[in-house]
Design a protein. Structure first.
Length: 236
């Protein structure tokens, strides 16, 4: 027959072991929940980065900006694989990202990039805003460095200005093809306004503003009978 003190000791030992097991299981469960949140956040950012990369490639974004985003995408895919090693699609996604990073862009040069409609231009601006937000997030958590971050932002801002001005000029040309002088004048004015507030070299800004001014003057001379309406469009 077991000694009473020995029995108590065994029961205490079992209780202690049960407590340790419960704490271990609780910790594992808590870690599993944390991992799920991390996976969800990483997968959401992965999709966002992929969307921004696709949009910026089509716009002719600078290679240095795309490289920053591809590096972030590959890091996120690697973290997802660490958290969920059973996923079978990750190796293929990583290969696709590496191939995309090395693929040459077929987009027009940045100074020629343009879209056809104001709706498309709004979409471009949304992608640019997302790209800026991603750069800020990567700089905050990934340590891009002030110089690299500043250069990337400046290149994106320059691209956004070029696309905006080029698109308004293109829309003005299309409006003139349809003899819609009011809309053409309005598009020239929007391009002019965008340039006036843009951070560009004085020489470049003046050259482009002079070109728009000449186009506006030509319209006013060509459509003298609509001059008053064109001036109203100028105030749009």
């Amino acid at each position: 027959m077991l000694d009473y003190s020995l029995l108590c000791a065994m029961l205490l030992l079992l209780m202690f072991a049960a407590l340790l097991l419960a704490r271990w299981l609780g910790a594992r469960q808590e870690q599993a929940v944390v991992n799920l949140y991390r996976l969800s956040a990483l997968e959401k950012r992965q999709a966002s980065i992929e969307g921004v990369i696709d949009a910026l490639r089509d716009m002719g974004a600078d290679r240095s900006v795309l490289d920053i985003l591809y590096e972030a995408l590959l890091r996120d895919l690697g973290r997802i694989r660490e958290l969920d090693p059973r996923r079978e699609d990750l190796d293929e996604l990583i290969r696709e990202a590496e191939a995309g990073r090395n693929r040459k862009s077929k987009a027009p040069p940045p100074d020629q990039a343009a879209v056809n409609t104001e709706e498309e231009l709004h979409s471009v601006r949304r992608h640019m805003q997302k790209a800026m937000q991603l750069l800020a997030l990567l700089n905050q958590h990934g340590g891009l460095g002030a110089r690299k971050y500043g250069e990337a932002r400046a290149r994106l801002q320059s691209l956004a200005i070029n696309i905006g001005v080029n698109s308004y000029m293109l829309m003005a040309e299309k409006a003139l093809e349809k003899r819609n002088t009011m809309r053409a004048f309005s598009m020239y004015r929007k391009a002019e306004s965008l340039l006036e507030f843009a951070r560009l070299r004085d020489e470049d800004k003046k050259q482009r503003l002079d070109l728009i001014k000449a186009e506006k003057q030509r319209l006013m001379e060509q459509y003298e009978d609509e001059k008053g309406l064109l001036l109203l469009a100028s105030a749009d």
